[in-house]
Design a protein around this ligand. Structure first.
Ligand code: UD1
Length: 438
């Protein structure tokens, strides 16, 4: 079965337990970052095992707009930035994803100036870029925020000593992408060390960068004058992997995933085990099954903690687990906004401003409702819902598959931005899924 090229709404017919195999694609959170890194080289880079996502097309469009050649063929993306000539990303790319801010460092190195429009991505919190801007200034860039985006200039960038007040994935990536060609040494303290950040660092190292990661989450980077294009095969998407395993468990079935290393899923597996899931793990595959799911208490946190992108599928799973589960979201203050549609599907979820699991987080006493209490088992009913962001979209799909009546899901473009061939993969698991005419 082939997915429709563009599917605005889907009708979901639950069929009971979902069973089968899912081949996990390359990581969404790494592919676009490696594409941006490829701009630093004056030769071609090849990214293999790339997921087929609209996010990749959007990033390719941005790179082409500054003169890079980008060819996407099946799961390979080839970027040749030898002909780079333009430093301005068109304002039409405003709000589409988080890549514009990451492009500033590479454009400054290649051209000496950059304009990038305001970043987008999912509406899950304020998502400021102050840490990126502070870091770019510490490298010696002149940065000015205008009402359209960010203007930056630099005759020469020099190494810097930077300490992030929060281990931001994006700000760590901005520092890596800028430090690798800045003159001298950069030390980045309190860096994010998510697998996708390490994947970017490994790619930069292949390009010729001199990067060291110390055990205390400190990157030490010696700038080099030139970087060459490099090949890299992406690791499996740990968010996609977790989401499909949860889709199996939430419907009372079992999904076997291949293509995502166990080491990327350690905390996910432990969390699901605590909830009563059993795992069969081989060198090639991971299978999750459960006869009886128990409630859980989970606090999202930076790697190696329970990642924020696993939170929406987990909350749906909690509605299938016996007892009261508690989930404390500490990365994004507004990442439980998708709960209202689950409540319409009869999920028994209540939101709280308090930090309900573990240590208090940055959102304590901000008034943000960032903890959820989930009562299970609550029978889910189908509903007509609008998907608000990538990860909530997948959570709704799982809820619709686990419900006892059909659902209609609008806003499928969110799924297509973040998940490779999701229509085909769910169809192969047996879910009744059909595109509705717009
Ligand atoms: C974050 C997640 C990443 C996830 C991605 C998409 C973490 C640490 N990061 O990465 O796992 O895959 O979203 O959902 O889990 N912040 C600032 N100023 C900045 C940058 C960030 O205050 O300049 C704050 C954000 O508002 C947020 C937190 O830091 O509260 C995490 O941001 P960051 O890690 O940078 O976000 P992403 O890179 O999008």
């Amino acid at each position: 079965m082939t997915a429709p090229p563009s599917a605005p709404s889907w009708a979901i017919e639950p069929v009971g337990p979902l069973h089968g195999d899912v081949r996990i694609s390359g990581s969404k959170n790494a592919v676009s970052k490696l594409m941006v890194a490829a701009l630093l080289a004056d030769g071609a880079s090849t990214i293999a095992n790339a997921p087929r996502l609209s996010d990749v097309e959007i990033t390719a469009g941005m790179l082409r707009s500054v003169g890079a050649e980008v060819v996407i063929e099946e799961d390979r993306v080839v970027i040749d930035a030898g002909t780079l000539a333009e430093s301005r990303i068109p304002v039409s790319y405003s709000g589409l994803n988080r890549m514009p801010i990451l492009l500033v460092g590479p454009l400054l190195h290649r051209i000496g100036e950059a304009f990038v429009p305001f970043v987008g991505g999912d509406r899950i919190g304020a998502r400021p870029v102050d840490l990126h801007v502070d870091a770019l200034r510490q490298f010696g860039a002149e940065v000015e925020l205008t009402d359209q985006g960010l203007e930056a200039k630099a005759v020469k960038l020099h190494g810097a000593r930077i300490r992030l007040n929060w281990p931001s994935v994006g700000a760590t990536e901005t520092v890596l992408l800028t430090a690798v060609q800045a003159e001298g040494r950069t030390v980045l303290e309190n860096a994010a060390v998510e697998p996708e950040v390490v994947e970017l660092a490994l790619f930069l190292q292949r390009m010729g960068a001199r990067i060291e990661l110390q055990p205390d989450r400190r990157f030490v980077i010696e700038g080099v004058p030139h970087l060459a294009g490099a090949p890299q095969r992406l690791g499996g998407d740990r968010i996609e992997a977790f989401s499909y395993m949860v889709a199996g468990l939430a419907t009372g079935g079992s999904v076997r995933i291949t293509g995502c290393a166990q080491e990327r899923l350690v905390t996910a597996i432990t969390t699901l085990q605590r909830m009563g899931a059993s795992f069969e793990i081989t060198d090639d595959s991971i299978t999750a099954t459960a006869d009886h799911l128990r409630s859980c208490a989970v606090r999202t946190s930076p790697h190696p903690g329970f990642m924020t992108d696993w939170q929406p599928p987990l909350v749906v799973l909690c509605t299938r687990a016996h007892g009261m589960s508690v989930v404390h979201e500490t990365i994004f203050e507004d990442r439980l906004g998708y709960i209202d549609a689950l409540q319409r599907m009869k999920a028994e979820v209540e939101l709280f401003e308090q930090c309900l699991v573990g240590d208090p987080c940055r959102f304590q006493e901000t008034g943000a409702r960032h903890s959820a209490l989930v009562r299970g088992v609550s029978p889910l009913q189908g509903a007509e819902v609008e998907m608000p962001d990538i990860r909530a979209a997948f959570a709704y799909l799982i809820a619709a598959a686990a419900a006892d009546s059909p659902s209609i899901l609008h806003g499928v473009h969110h799924l297509e931005r973040g998940y490779d061939q999701v229509f085909d993969k769910f169809s192969e698991l047996g879910l009744g899924i059909r595109q509705l005419d717009s």
